[in-house]
Design a protein around this ligand. Structure first.
Ligand code: ATP
Ligand code: MG
Length: 140
C-alpha cells in the first residue's frame, strides 16, 4: 500500500460545536497522521475557488456561505491509502446514509453541514493541499 497525503477540512459546523479534538482523534485512531494543520477563516472568494468544481450545482451558493460562516481547520493527513481511508472514516456525504462509527454519522448536522471534507483522488489531493499549504509548511 502506498503512503499518501490527503487534504482534510473540519468545517464550520464542527468547529462551532468544539469538535476539532474529537474528529482529530478519529483520524489518529485510524492510523492517519496529521502532518500539517491550521485554523483559518475563509473568504467567499476562497471558498468559491476551492469548490469551483461544484459551481453549476444548485447548492453552490449555500455551500460557500456555509464554508465561510466560521473558522475551519485545514489539515494534511498522511498514511497508507490515506485518500480512500479518510473517505471511509468520514462516511457518506449525507449523514443519513453514512455507516455507523463514521464522523459524518456521529457528528454531521445535515447533507450540507457535514462536518468534514476529504479529497477524492490523488490529483485533487495534490491540488487541494497546495491550495492551502505552501511547501515550507509541509514537513517531510
Ligand atoms: P467533500 O467534497 O466536502 O468531502 P463529498 O465529496 O462527500 O464532500 P461532494 O459531492 O464533493 O461531496 O459535495 C461537496 C459538499 O457539498 C458536501 O460535502 C456538502 O457539504 C455539500 N453538498 C453536497 N451535496 C449537497 C446537496 N444535495 N445539498 C446541499 N449540500 C450538498
Ligand atoms: Mg467532494
Amino acid at each position: 500500500m502506498a503512503v499518501e497525503r490527503t487534504l482534510s477540512i473540519i468545517k464550520p459546523d464542527a468547529t462551532r460545536r468544539n469538535l476539532t479534538g474529537q474528529i482529530n482523534a478519529r483520524f489518529e485512531e485510524s492510523g492517519l497522521r496529521i502532518v500539517a494543520q491550521k485554523r483559518i477563516q475563509l473568504t467567499k472568494d476562497q471558498a468559491e475557488g476551492f469548490y469551483a468544481v461544484h459551481r453549476e450545482r444548485a447548492f453552490f451558493g449555500e455551500l460557500c456561505d456555509m464554508m465561510c460562516s466560521g473558522p475551519v481547520i485545514v489539515q494534511v493527513l498522511e498514511g497508507d491509502n490515506a485518500i480512500t481511508r479518510n473517505r471511509e472514516i468520514m462516511g457518506a456525504t449525507n449523514p443519513a446514509n453514512a455507516d455507523e462509527g463514521t464522523i459524518r454519522r456521529d457528528f454531521a448536522e445535515s447533507i450540507e453541514a457535514n462536518s468534514v471534507h476529504g479529497s477524492d483522488a490523488p490529483e485533487t489531493a495534490a491540488e487541494e493541499i497546495s491550495y492551502y499549504f505552501s511547501q515550507l509548511e509541509l514537513v517531510g
